[in-house]
Write a protein that binds this ligand. Structure first.
Ligand SMILES: Cc1cc2nc3c(=O)[nH]c(=O)nc-3n(C[C@H](O)[C@H](O)[C@H](O)COP(=O)(O)O)c2cc1C
Length: 192
């Protein structure tokens, strides 16, 4: 599958990194990292954002709104924005396409392609909730970076894998075993 990945300046650089690592080898990845995502990656992981690029076949500058992913004629299977800052989410909801990431999202919406947004913010304002509803009504998947606890995570990595697994489930094309899936109570189940 051809996947476009946008990384923006919400908290959760580690989720973006793990997601990109999970795609490596199985998909053609086109990557766009926003300027603020670079700052957050430095703050959270001491990571040079070029590390993200190791896991992508193609890399674009977020300021380059003429790059090929800005056109509806560039076919892709899914656009995942992870993490998706509330700023970027709100711009997409309002139809603002002033960066390559927001432009690619506008294309995904108009072409009815899979668009998965992974916001990380709490609490959520009424405006953000409205924007999320509006995006969901337009066909986007709002997938907050919210791990489940029923898997009894032992580490931050386990919690990150939970979120990454849910993103991979959304884009399809690959069955992932990053987490143990819920199998009900009792024998054969997760804690049976
Ligand atoms: C350390 C740090 C953490 C941040 N965490 C969040 C966050 O969790 N969610 C969010 O929406 N914005 C967060 N921000 C703010 C965004 O980075 C900011 O709104 C930025 O303008 C987003 O730009 P972008 O969407 O173009 O990447 C954070 C900023 C910094 C410096």
């Amino acid at each position: 599958m051809r996947i476009v990945v946008g990384v923006t300046g919400g908290s959760g650089s580690v989720i973006a990194l793990r997601f990109l690592q999970s795609l490596k080898g199985g998909h053609e990845v086109h990557l766009i990292v926003s300027e603020h995502a670079r700052l957050v990656a430095r703050a959270e992981l001491d990571l040079d954002a070029r590390e993200f690029e190791r896991y992508a076949e193609y890399v674009y500058d977020d300021r380059d709104v003429a790059a090929r992913v800005s056109s509806g004629s560039f076919i892709f299977d899914a656009l995942v924005i992870v993490p998706c800052s509330i700023s970027t989410l709100s711009k997409i909801a309002a139809g603002i396409s002033d960066t390559l990431i927001t432009r690619a999202a506008a294309v995904a919406l108009k072409e009815r392609r899979k668009l998965v947004l992974v916001p990380r913010e709490t609490p959520l304002s009424t405006l953000t909730l409205r924007n999320m509803l509006s995006l969901s009504e337009m066909g986007a998947v709002i997938l907050p970076a919210m791990p489940g606890y029923y898997t009894r995570p032992k580490s931050v990595e386990d919690m990150v894998d939970f979120v990454v697994s849910r993103i991979l489930d959304q884009i399809g094309g690959v069955v992932n075993s990053l987490i143990q899936r819920w199998g009900g109570y009792g024998p054969g189940g997760l804690h049976g």
